[in-house]
Design a protein around this ligand. Structure first.
Ligand code: GRF
Length: 192
């Protein structure tokens, strides 16, 4: 991955669909001097994403691409990314699957956070699946995005214990707390 020169940070877009707690966390991280990235664009597939409020709060450009309203959405997203000189993409709770063609255009430059110990539990409902299977550990993984869902090379992973008291909600909360540490650490690892 490209090394940093001077103080120039790598222009990054974050893609979201929901609450945006990881987005908020990445924005805060991006503002510290040692962060290799700056967050210059927030993309959502829905105007209902609560996380969009962080665009206003932190004065960052946001753009909603509603897949129901437009054709060739990815083409439009790619045009915007090029126009805004975005070089890196962080997916943070983005619920759309990116096409092979889109990923090829940003080969090795898209990362995602997933709430499980990949390769276990790709896809949705990771916490209830871990509890139902009586797993001893849950966790989260930051990985490169490839055309195969939740399957790209691992960057960092954090394991946490599942206790007898845990239900999917309590486990999600515990894992999310770790996600907020893991995502910045993974970004640092990539660029250093
Ligand atoms: C996180 O659990 C993340 O791992 C998953 O979606 C959730 C997004 O949460 N991909 P938030 O919107 O960042 O709060």
């Amino acid at each position: 991955m490209e090394k940093l020169t001077g103080l120039k940070k790598i222009k990054t877009a974050v893609f979201i669909s929901g609450t945006g707690s990881n987005l908020k966390n990445i924005i805060k991280f991006s503002k510290i001097i040692k962060s290799p990235i700056s967050i210059d664009l927030i993309i959502s597939n829905t105007n209902k994403a609560k996380g969009l409020r962080f665009a206003d709060q932190f004065n960052i450009k946001k753009k909603i691409f509603n897949f129901k309203d437009f054709k060739n959405i990815e083409k439009k997203i790619l045009i915007l990314l090029k126009k805004d000189k975005i070089k890196f993409i962080c997916l943070a709770g983005y619920m759309k699957i990116l096409s092979k063609n889109f990923i090829k255009k940003f080969d090795g430059k898209i990362i995602n956070i997933h709430p499980s110990l990949l390769p276990k539990y790709r896809g949705l409902n990771t916490h209830s699946r871990a509890i139902n299977n009586k797993d001893k550990f849950a966790g989260c993984t930051v990985h490169y995005v490839t055309a195969k869902l939740d399957s790209g090379r691992k960057i960092l992973q954090k394991r946490i214990k599942i206790t007898a008291k845990d239900d999917p909600t309590s486990l999600a909360k515990k894992v999310l707390k770790q996600e907020h540490k893991l995502y910045p650490a993974a970004i640092m690892k990539i660029f250093n």
